[in-house]
Write a protein that binds this ligand. Structure first.
Ligand code: DX5
Ligand code: ZN
Length: 227
């Protein structure tokens, strides 16, 4: 099996399908893949941990049939342990859980890994980078939220830049080389800043699917990141 995990030395673009047209999801996913998407970011919300309800395992299973790129499943749900196996069976290559939603984080990360997926820890904007210290050596990647989770199209929270740097520091102090993913309000105007701060997996929803041509907006985003 090919390891689907993004190369630490490259920028991975992960379009969030939350802002796609769900009536033509397959078409939208193919468009971002033609535009060079490295991952497909799937936002799972339960109306409990966050105030919105989105995608369940069946949709992930159907996407898996048509997507060429690995599925990066971001669980914004209470009690994620209950659903992890179902999402991995459905085709998730990466699964991230919120530190705020999980009482036994290292057990949850081990569960994800034991089922063959990469395990990510997500931090809400108000959660300090230091909370990663005790699990740094167990995780495969960190997801820094740059908006409060729940909805696409929100404005980037500026202090997320210093948060990325702090997370990088926590990982390096623990001797861990793991990708840092950033999620929320990323567009052509700020992508370079998050990359410079140390993020290497870039999630973007509205700036890609909110435009008329998701293929060219994916290309434009990468171009802006490397400019
Ligand atoms: C927010 C989600 C994000 C969001 C990104 O709760 O986790 O993935 O959809 O979308 P934009 O880029 O529109 O903020
Ligand atoms: Zn997300």
């Amino acid at each position: 099996m090919i390891n689907p995990f993004p190369d630490l030395n490259k920028i991975a673009i992960a379009p969030s399908i939350l802002s796609a047209n769900f009536a033509s999801l397959g078409k939208d996913i193919s468009a971002v893949e033609r535009g060079g998407a490295d991952l497909i970011h799937v936002d799972v919300m339960d109306g409990h941990f966050v105030p919105n309800i989105t995608i369940g395992p069946q949709v992930v299973k159907d996407i898996k049939q048509i997507a060429k790129q690995p599925l990066d499943v971001h669980l914004m749900i209470s009690n994620p342990d209950k659903y992890i196996e179902t999402f991995i069976d459905a085709g998730a290559a990466m699964v991230s859980v919120h530190i705020e939603a999980v009482p036994h984080l290292s057990r949850t990360l081990t569960l994800i890994q034991s089922l063959g997926a990469k395990a990510g820890v997500v931090l809400n904007p108000s959660t300090p980078a230091g909370s990663l210290e005790e699990v740094a050596s167990t995780l495969d990647f960190v997801l820094v939220m740059s908006v409060n989770p729940g909805f696409g199209g929100q404005a980037f929270i500026p202090h997320s830049l210093s948060k990325i740097k702090k997370v990088k520091e926590v990982l390096s102090n623990a001797g861990v080389k793991a990708p840092i993913e950033i999620d929320g309000g990323i567009d052509e105007t700020n992508i370079q800043k998050v990359v410079t701060a140390g993020a290497n997996i870039i999630v973007s929803g509205n700036a890609i699917f909110g435009k008329s041509d998701p293929e060219s907006s994916t290309l434009a985003l990468r171009k802006a990141a490397l400019a």
